[in-house]
Design a protein around this ligand. Sequence first.
Ligand SMILES: *Cc1c(COP(=O)(O)O)cnc(C)c1O
Length: 395
Amino acid sequence: METDITKLCDSTICRTYARLPVVFTRGRGCRLWDDKGKEYRDFLAGIAVCNLGHCPENLTKVICEQAERLVHVSNLFYTEPQVLLALELVKLSFGDRVFFCNSGAEANEAAIKLARKYSLTHYGSGRYEIITMRGSFHGRTLATLSATGQEKVQRGFEPLVDGFTHVEFGSVEAVKGAITEKTCAIMVEPIQGEGGVRIPPVGYLKELRAICDERGLLLIFDEVQVGMGRTGKLFAYEHEGVTPHIMTLAKALANGLPMGAMIATEEVAKVFDPGSHASTFGGTPLVSAVALETLRTIANPHFLIEVQRKGEYFIERLRELQKKYGVVKDVRGRGLILAMELDRPGKIIVDKCLERGAIINCTQDAVLRFLPPLVVSLEDIDWLMDQLDELLKEF
Ligand SMILES: *Cc1c(COP(=O)(O)O)cnc(C)c1O
């Protein structure tokens, strides 16, 4: 089975991924099983997607019930689950209006289009540039890879979409220096995920907001990876006591069903009118019902406090390993997005973890990234630390 599936995959599906040699067939909570029945403990959650773990009972129930009732009718009509979800997102965030789509890239596309249209409406043409950060990741569509501050994502796909300026992440001065009469917005991840779990200095996001208010710019937070409870707050911006004009969500929004959302203040969102933007699948009754249940579960204060508690335990255990092994350059994170930066490539640790039945990730070559389901247990964390301890010893 394994050879069949992996070989057929490699010969029929575009080679856009370097896949690890496992065929998963089943999941439950923080556990996954492959086609040979081997059990794995998951510290990646499908890249910060399955925040409530795999196949949680309450979501499976919602999926089945909604699938029996209604799956899709298009946005030419009204449907209840979509509205209930939008109401909940508005209630729980800074925003007033929501646009639904199917992925992070699409949510960011919507944010970029909204920022441009807002600027055109209020300031006239020629003011369309968006300042984004080096090391950022905003998606793989042409506009979002142009917004992304990493050459490896852009190479081979030039010409890029015009209107993005990249500056050093974490530097207020760099942003100030890049603003011109063409600038309309600043787009930033509150914590860079794919870029290596990079956390900006305290006060950075607040200063960006102040600059935006002073210069008539829009502030866009890309919370595709760090939203939905990942950092121990429902949205990462809550840690800094600052709100954006626009925020994007995706990954964990429907716990594995594809969904993205762009949330904006009324003042900004009102420049979108019928025909401005669309998505055939955006906010179907099925994904909306699942996202609503996901959101209600995560937004529970008791749930979020548990995420914080587990995150503190996790990072403390990583710091113990840092003290013990010189190859560990840095340990950082917030809530349950955590990283251990090594002084050398970390791919071999990922491979060896997999052999031992632990799923972790490595980004930016040397940064081991941990994004467990938010329902991870302390016992699972301890078990992972034992594996890492043994692997770092041999490293
Ligand atoms: C994953 C990610 C995206 C892209 O999301 P897709 O659903 O893959 O299009 C955008 N921004 C951030 C911060 C991400 O982590």
